[in-house]
Design a protein around this ligand. Structure first.
Ligand code: HEM
Length: 353
């Protein structure tokens, strides 16, 4: 029965030219929680209404909830691996956690579409939330990040993207959901641009102009590409799906990258953060961080679109008393949600071993 298969939110979408990232905290009180829950049922209709006006604009929105907010808003059952953002790294080079209960990731080919949808979504939430961070990102030349290198090349595509980003049989109640980790980075562009192109290439692990991976013989183990490449116990690569966006205000000296990574478990993204900030082995850290500071950090769960709508009806008081009975996935969904990622056995996973 295909109707039993939950529909994911728009996690995997075509590349767009613009994005707005909004992180908000939940106001206290039952009334605010009730407003946010009711809003969950309106999101899809608002995306349809705004998107319809420019059919070629590829407008989409992904909504995620942080760990404490999930408990307040929806009680139990809760996503198996949802927890507060874990910090990594020493003082001065640290992936920090910052406040944030709700994430909106709005994407389109035109900023006016993103802007209108953000206005509608935030407007409807009113005083039930407080926006604590809002970043308007743009696509920079040929998919280049703020630091001048093409970004997103090694992203999984097609079926692989779905398999790496969607929760499956490992947590059937939350099938077709995803975990998403965000960080707002600010760059020291003067320092970065003072480096030779060859030095920059060794830091990223790819060539700058042609975006080709450096040969293993010359690619340092501290390169960004090396430290973010993970394999499971079978030697198979474990990927995440990224859609980073440059942003900034040249007049104020602000040059940034909004990092956003989706996966079917927080574990691989956290492992990458540990490798980058602490180092693999410790001390062999990502030199990109000598020129980039993480100013924010948040981890969120993205329910399937089907569940997002249903969450509007949740009564957290009642559900907190209920022990959830996981429903079996339909057989037709199983090859897709095979739950075979072996996240616990990522190579070098000091925190999971
Ligand atoms: C300062 C912010 C960041 C910048 C400017 C940046 C930029 C880049 C660039 C230019 C590449 C090479 C092209 C590509 O395959 O996409 C890359 C690769 C990658 N980055 Fe980042 N990145 C940043 C932060 C992060 C973070 C925080 C993570 C994970 C937690 C991450 C994970 C990855 C992964 C998985 C790859 C692909 C590696 C491979 O398979 O070769 N990046 N990044």
């Amino acid at each position: 029965m295909p109707n039993d298969i939950p529909e994911p939110q728009a996690v995997y979408t075509p590349i767009t030219r613009s994005a707005i990232f909004i992180v908000a905290t939940l106001a206290s009180g039952d009334e605010s929680a009730a407003i946010v829950r009711a809003w969950c049922a309106d999101v899809a209709a608002l995306v349809r209404a705004v998107g319809k006006r420019v059919p070629s604009g590829n407008l989409s929105c992904v909504v995620g909830f942080a760990s404490d907010a999930w408990d307040t808003l929806f009680g139990t059952p809760r996503p198996a691996e949802l927890h507060p953002f874990r910090e990594f790294g020493p003082a001065g080079r640290r992936a920090i956690a910052t406040p944030g209960d709700i994430l909106l990731h709005i994407r389109a080919d035109q900023m006016d579409l993103c802007f209108e949808l953000a206005t509608q979504l935030v407007g409807r939430l009113g005083g039930a939330v407080q926006v604590v961070d809002e970043v308007h990102g743009f696509r920079y030349f040929d998919m280049r990040s703020m630091v001048g290198f093409v970004d997103g090349t090694e992203n999984p595509t097609g079926r692989e993207a779905a398999d790496f980003t969607m929760v499956g049989a490992e947590d059937p109640e939350f099938a077709a959901g995803s975990y998403v980790l965000v960080q707002k980075y600010l760059h020291d562009m003067q320092g970065w641009n003072a480096l030779s192109v060859e030095t920059q290439e060794r830091i990223i692990g790819r060539t700058k102009l042609s975006d080709i991976e450096l040969d293993e013989a010359v690619k340092p183990t501290s390169s960004h590409s090396s430290l973010t490449t993970l394999t499971d116990e079978n030697g198979d690569e474990v990927k995440i799906l990224r859609d980073n966006m440059p942003f900034g205000r040249p007049g104020s000296g602000e040059f940034g990258t909004f990092f956003i990574g989706y996966a079917r478990s927080p574990a691989p993204i956290e492992q990458m953060l540990e490798n980058m900030f602490v180092g693999r082995p410790p001390g062999n850290y990502d030199r990109l961080l000598d020129f980039s500071r993480a100013a924010t950090g948040g981890l969120f769960f993205v329910p399937s679109a089907t569940l997002l709508e249903a969450l509007a009806e949740r009564d957290p008081q009642a559900s907190n008393d209920v022990v959830a009975e996981p429903s079996a996935l339909p057989a037709s969904a199983e090859p897709h949600y095979d739950g075979s990622l072996s996240i616990g056995s990522l190579k070098g996973t000091s925190q999971y071993e």
